[in-house]
Design a protein around this ligand. Structure first.
Ligand SMILES: Nc1ncnc2c1ncn2[C@@H]1O[C@H](COP(=O)(O)OP(=O)(O)O)[C@@H](O)[C@H]1O
Ligand SMILES: [Mg+2]
Length: 284
């Protein structure tokens, strides 16, 4: 049994519990400046994402969070270093069509405005040609229900949807091929507080039920505290710490102090303390 596992390909090995599913090693991201010269965004950056965790990536605006997600998706190639996803170079994954391995929820929702809800959700599965149209439809309807939408929403157009519904459709679309990995760029940005709480609760439930590994960018502290197994902090062109919240809070760095311990940070921490008090068995 053990030998069989070891003999199987790198993808299966990477799916063992607690194993690294994403490894970013020695990455440099460099962009040419319009007036000549170079803008170094990442310098010798390392990041490991382990199976089953929710890794939250934080950093100031322009520190390269989205660029790092794009490296992990294989959409942008680093100037140096590499990103390995499920044991394979991220670029290979992208060329083969990543939807079966990695679901991506883009910051703007990014639905196709001319497609119905159901056709948006079905998109990657339909394109793959793996199933006949009737089964694609069934699969999309299942995902629609999984994200808390009603069958009667299936034929709505994106322009008719609230912000919270757009996020749900985008999430269903990201999960249509049942990928083990999900990436979220600012999943609750632009949502009102109730919709944001509801979406966070949905993400929490799906993470647990589907055993997903999640990489999330957010600057919303409620979302961060509610979902994160670990927090990776991007500053000084690299990941300065990748650890559970209490360790990150204890780490001395001006950005961390500003991000967590400013006015809004104190409010969020108070909420966190209340929640932990109300739910002592959270880790079970
Ligand atoms: N394709 C590109 N060409 C030039 N500069 C880029 C490109 N993509 C990102 N950048 C620059 O890289 C930096 C990081 O961008 P980004 O990852 O979007 O930051 P954020 O952490 O806010 O998501 C920014 O200064 C941005 O202008
Ligand atoms: Mg960004």
């Amino acid at each position: 049994m053990e030998a069989a596992v070891q003999a199987s390909d790198a993808v299966d090995t990477a799916l063992a519990p607690g194993q690294p599913v994403i490894e970013v090693r020695g990455v440099w991201s460099v962009f040419a400046l319009p007036g000549g010269g170079q803008h170094v965004v990442h310098q010798d950056l390392d990041l490991t994402v382990r199976r089953g965790e929710v890794l939250t990536l934080v950093g100031g605006s322009g520190t390269g969070k989205t660029v790092l997600l794009r490296h992990m998706l294989g959409l942008t190639r680093p100037a140096r270093g590499q990103a390995t996803v499920l044991g394979r170079p991220a670029g290979e994954l992208a060329r083969e069509g990543a939807a079966a391995r990695v679901g991506m929820l883009f910051q703007q929702g990014a639905l196709f405005s001319a497609f119905s809800v159901l056709d948006n959700i079905a998109f990657a599965l339909r394109e793959s040609g793996a199933l006949p149209p009737a089964l694609v439809r069934e699969a999309a309807l299942l995902k629609l229900q999984m994200v808390g939408l009603k069958a009667s929403d299936a034929h709505k157009m994106p322009a008719e949807l609230s912000g919270g519904m757009i996020k749900r459709v985008a999430l269903a679309r990201a999960l249509i091929m049942d990928p083990p990995l999900l990436m979220l760029d600012e999943p609750t940005a632009g949502l009102d507080p109730d919709s944001s709480d509801a979406f966070v609760a949905l993400l929490r439930a799906l993470h647990q039920e589907l055993g997903l590994t999640v990489v999330m960018v957010t600057h919303d502290l409620d979302t961060l505290f509610e979902l994160s197994s670990r927090v990776a902090v991007l500053a000084d062109k690299r990941v300065i710490i990748n650890a559970p919240v209490p360790e990150v809070l204890a780490f001395e760095h001006p950005f961390i102090r500003h991000f967590f311990l400013g006015e809004r940070g104190r409010r969020a921490m108070e909420l966190l303390r209340q929640r932990q008090h109300a739910r002592p068995a959270q880790g079970d």
